[in-house]
Design a protein. Structure first.
Length: 572
């Protein structure tokens, strides 16, 4: 049972480390916000002192009201100044929070790009979306409210304690003894809240993936009459989320109730002491020295002593939510991206300056399966076409991923030319919710409409697009719903034409296509070859072998070069 606890402690420390690191990047704004809050609190004390002074002057010293008019004017002038300082504190905290979340979201996106599709395949797309949107937003309360309030809850009560001590040390002792009880119970409650929030974020991520899987499979579920079971499973998952949410809220209300109880008891004790001391019923310690001014000032400051702690308790669940969110973000950021090395083409292959990418005794290792590919040594020249064959599971896709840099070699080197760029196309092209033009511009965001139509013509999709009422502005759904499988494949091929990448990696580009679409895709590949692109095509289709300048065959993770009847091990 100790291992999960140790892991939880380690994750919590990593989450706190991430939050502290993000906060350091905005320490100037946070510092000014804290100073604004301290000044606003100081002005509140000044108002309390002015009020106590005026009451004492009127009731004890019998001064006329007109003599106290300047003090009342000063009291009212302080009000808008306090409001401006409080507004400045909240605005600066919000700006810091916004900048931190924007920077973190960009960092996460860059990290996902560096990880590549192979590493990200372990994550559900709905879970990643939830992390990028909701979990980053969950940090807002921590940075916009809790972080600054933590400083104010420490410094402002100390100031009030010092003022109270100067008036009556016994009243200051009552406040000092009650103050530690509040953070203690907040910490005890907060430990449970942090764990519940971590579980809640994990549950929401699972619920997002669960729901989107059911939506994507709705047609299949209807065909097999499983919609009732799917509906029941979604209801059960959402009911579990509701239960966790209510448990978290119950804990948050409990922490507030604990704080209010101890604050009320402490204020009541101070009020009883002041009242009985002024009436002369207490003659212990400094009670006989109490005056109306000192007693009234202490009574006015006592609620203000606990007010920063009250505000901290209100935002304490923001800290728990931020730690729960940061925990999963830390795990994502801890994923190591594949290492790459960029050199000049001459450094890659001095004997062949046209080499685009080369592997030198490279292998790929999976923790569960050991070495799945290699060692492999090869060099790809510009403009050549290579056909890659082999049984399913032999390592064809892994080799393509290694050439693209999606995975890093466990041993050996992957060397690429300075201008190395690649385009990727497989039998399940990525299409997004949007227009045809937006899907095409994934390859080139700045492409003109003329370039889009030219790419569509090269992929033999012009007739289809010209027949649509909105042309390239026609919307399609996620995963190409609205297009046939062959049309989606040709749209992906048009994106390859648009990319102008010198290397094109294709994984079974003609699988499951009808004869007409297959012929269109093959003609597109011939056009790419004539343009001087380097093609590496993993396929079982015998007709594609006619395009090849070279033929590689993979068997049990070893790469062979097929030359007529001769088979040579390229990794030797």
């Amino acid at each position: 049972m100790a291992a999960p606890s140790a892991k939880s402690d380690k994750d919590g420390k990593n989450a706190k480390s991430l939050l502290n690191q993000l906060a350091r990047e905005e320490r100037r704004r946070f510092g000014v916000a804290v100073v604004s809050g301290l000044l606003a609190g100081t002005l509140t004390w000044v108002q309390m002192g002015l009020f106590a002074w005026c009451v004492t002057a009127l009731l004890v010293n019998s001064q006329p009201l007109r003599q106290l008019t300047p003090l009342f004017v000063l009291w009212f002038l302080i009000l808008p100044l306090r409001g401006l300082l409080t507004y400045g504190q909240e605005t600066l905290s919000q700006q810091a929070s916004l900048a931190i979340r924007k920077r973190l979201r960009a960092r996460l996106l860059d990290h996902m790009v560096a990880l590549g599709p192979v590493h990200l395949s372990d994550y559900h797309s709905a879970s990643l979306s939830y992390q990028l949107v909701e979990q980053v937003e969950a940090l807002d309360g921590y940075f916009a409210r809790f972080r600054v309030q933590l400083w104010l809850a420490t410094l402002l009560p100390l100031g009030i304690l010092f003022i109270t001590l100067s008036q009556d040390w016994l009243a200051a002792l009552f406040l000092a003894l009650s103050a530690p009880m509040i953070p203690l119970f907040m910490a005890l409650v907060g430990m449970g809240a942090e764990r519940l929030n971590r579980d809640q974020f994990a549950a929401v991520a699972r619920l997002s993936g669960h729901f989107i899987d059911r939506v994507r499979s709705l047609t299949t579920l209807q065909l097999f009459g499983q919609t009732a079971q799917a509906r029941a499973s979604v209801w059960a998952a959402s009911e579990g989320y509701r239960t966790r949410s209510m448990r978290t809220l119950r804990l948050a209300f409990l922490s507030s109730a604990v704080l209010e109880f101890f604050a009320a008891v402490a204020i009541a004790v101070v009020a009883i002491y002041i009242g009985f001391g002024l009436l002369g019923y207490i003659d212990y310690g400094p009670s006989d020295e109490l005056t109306l001014f000192s007693g009234l000032l202490i009574l006015l400051l006592a609620p203000e002593f606990f007010q920063p702690l009250r505000s901290l308790a209100q935002h304490y669940h923001d800290r728990a939510a931020a730690l729960g969110a940061a925990d999963s973000l830390v795990n994502l950021l801890a994923e190591s991206p594949p290492a790459t090395r960029t050199d000049h083409a001459s450094a890659v292959a001095p004997q062949a300056p046209s080499t685009l990418v080369a592997l030198q005794n490279a292998n790929v290792t999976h923790p569960e399966r050991g070495v799945v590919l290699g060692p492999v040594s090869l060099a790809l020249s510009r403009g050549e076409t290579v056909i890659l064959t082999g049984a399913s599971g032999s390592g064809k896709s892994t080799l393509l991923q290694l050439l693209a840099g999606f995975v890093a070699p466990g041993d050996g080197e992957r060397l690429i030319a300075e201008d190395f760029r690649f385009a990727w196309m497989d039998q399940r092209p990525l299409l997004i919710q949007g227009t045809l033009a937006e899907n095409l511009r994934l390859a080139d965001p700045n492409a003109s409409d003329e370039a889009l139509y030219q790419a569509l013509a090269q992929a033999e999709l012009s007739d289809l697009v010209n027949g649509l009422p909105q042309g390239i502005e026609t919307s399609i759904s996620e995963r190409g719903v609205g297009l046939s499988g062959g049309q989606a494949q040709r749209l992906a091929l048009a994106r390859v034409f648009l990319s102008q990448a010198p290397l094109v990696l294709l994984d079974e580009p003609t699988a499951s296509l009808d004869e007409h679409t297959e012929r269109a895709v093959m003609q597109g590949l011939e056009t790419l070859k004539r343009e001087g692109r380097t093609l590496v095509i993993a396929t079982h289709h015998p007709a594609l072998k006619a395009l090849a300048d070279r033929h590689w065959h993979i068997e049990h993770g070893r790469l062979y070069s097929v030359q007529g009847e001769e088979v040579r091990d390229d990794s030797a």
